[in-house]
Design a protein around this ligand. Structure first.
Ligand code: SF4
Length: 370
């Protein structure tokens, strides 16, 4: 029998009433989960043994099962299995003051970011992305998205324990940037953000520490503005003109660049937030000096930051990665044009961890089985 999610506050209140628990007990249970970063009732030692046993019978904290975990110095990649047998992924990124330091050198850890999935697969079909090749299966629920954070916080606690100020190490930034297009799962993403922001029975994160990355779903951006969800926005732009964007991203036909630019302007006006533009560097396609100059024209004088993402060559896709010199030249043109630019560290390259590499293992496995 499937247990009830502990995030169902109504059901937990009913459970508390039935057992005539003091009102503060519900608060205490949520503190164990969100503050003490526990996901096993057995570890919630501020609760009585009887209460822990009763909770165990009826409720689950994390609704996903971690299937596989792989780590390197800067990242932990977690494959989760959903209750209906789907596979999704999340990635923890450790930001070190000095990136040469070892992961065990806790004092040098600046902050931790978690990239989460919002859908099983993706319907967008961007030509450089392996996840797009998997197709779309279904939206993730609110609890499945929150479960990725709960699991990550527990994992980080066990791995790194406490910071110098005595608080536990945990996820400080959340990015909807792994599998799926979050603005096509708007209602559940919105509900999960509510839990990220709230103080009680939530993660108490600031809006500045949550980012939605979208391939450019114009109505979704409009809804964010209307609903006052002023989290950060990252746009998977990847091309500064309509012709090139059409080639790379089928969604560009539904929401052309001029419409996208217009709604981003509305978002900036409403929030005063800087927008992050994700831009993939593909040899002889998106990385030429002419295209760089077009990007300058598109974004000059806008509240914008460009992240250049080196494309990772992948046997499942017929595209080539840009060389380092070309990327540096592209960056120089953008900077001379007045844009702020970061070249994304392509950490975990060998492990196919970067954008567009998702689902790589599954595709290769399917190919072997054909
Ligand atoms: S890049 Fe993002 S939006 Fe495009 S197919 Fe991949 S997961 Fe979907």
């Amino acid at each position: 029998m499937t247990k009830t999610s502990i995030l169902d506050t109504g059901k937990l209140q009913d459970f508390a009433k039935e057992r005539k628990l003091q009102p503060f007990r519900v608060k205490q249970i949520y503190q164990e989960i969100f503050k003490n970063q526990n996901i096993d009732f057995a570890d919630m030692t501020t609760l009585s043994k009887d209460l822990r046993d009763d909770l165990e019978k009826d409720f689950s904290v994390v609704t996903l099962k971690a299937d596989k975990i792989i780590e390197d110095k800067f990242t932990t990649k977690i494959w989760f299995q959903t209750q209906d047998g789907c596979m999704i992924e999340a990635v923890i990124i450790y930001h070190w003051q000095n990136e040469k330091h070892n992961i065990n050198d806790q004092e040098k850890l600046n902050r931790i970011t978690l990239c989460i999935s919002s859908q099983v697969g993706c319907a967008m079909g961007c030509i450089f992305c392996v996840t797009g090749k998997l197709g779309f299966k279904r939206n993730l629920t609110r609890d499945e998205m929150v479960s990725q954070i709960l699991f990550a916080n527990n994992f980080i606690k066990k791995k790194l324990w406490k910071q110098e100020d005595g608080s536990l190490h945990g996820v400080r930034n959340i990015v909807f940037m792994w599998m799926g297009e979050p603005l096509l799962n708007y209602d559940n993403v919105k509900k999960s953000i509510e839990i990220m922001l709230r103080q009680e029975a939530g993660f108490s994160l600031s809006k500045r520490h949550i980012t939605i990355s979208t391939c450019g779903i114009v109505p979704g951006i409009r809804k964010l503005i209307k609903d006052g969800i002023t989290v950060k926005l990252a746009i998977s732009l990847h091309a500064p003109n309509q012709v090139l964007r059409d080639k790379l991203m089928p969604i560009a036909k539904a929401y052309p660049l001029d419409e996208l630019t217009k709604v981003i302007g509305e978002y900036v006006k409403a929030t005063d937030n800087r927008v992050f533009y994700e831009y993939i560097m593909i040899r002889n396609m998106t990385d030429t000096p002419e295209v760089a100059r077009q990007l300058v024209t598109l974004l000059r004088k806008k509240l914008a930051h460009v992240n250049l993402i080196p494309y990772n060559t992948n046997p499942a896709i017929q595209l080539e990665e840009s060389d380092v010199k070309t990327i540096q030249n592209f960056k120089r043109i953008l900077e001379e044009g007045g844009l702020t630019v970061t070249v994304r560290d392509n950490m975990g390259r060998k492990m196919k961890w970067a954008c567009g590499q998702l689902g790589y293992e599954k595709i290769m496995k399917d190919k072997e089985e054909e």
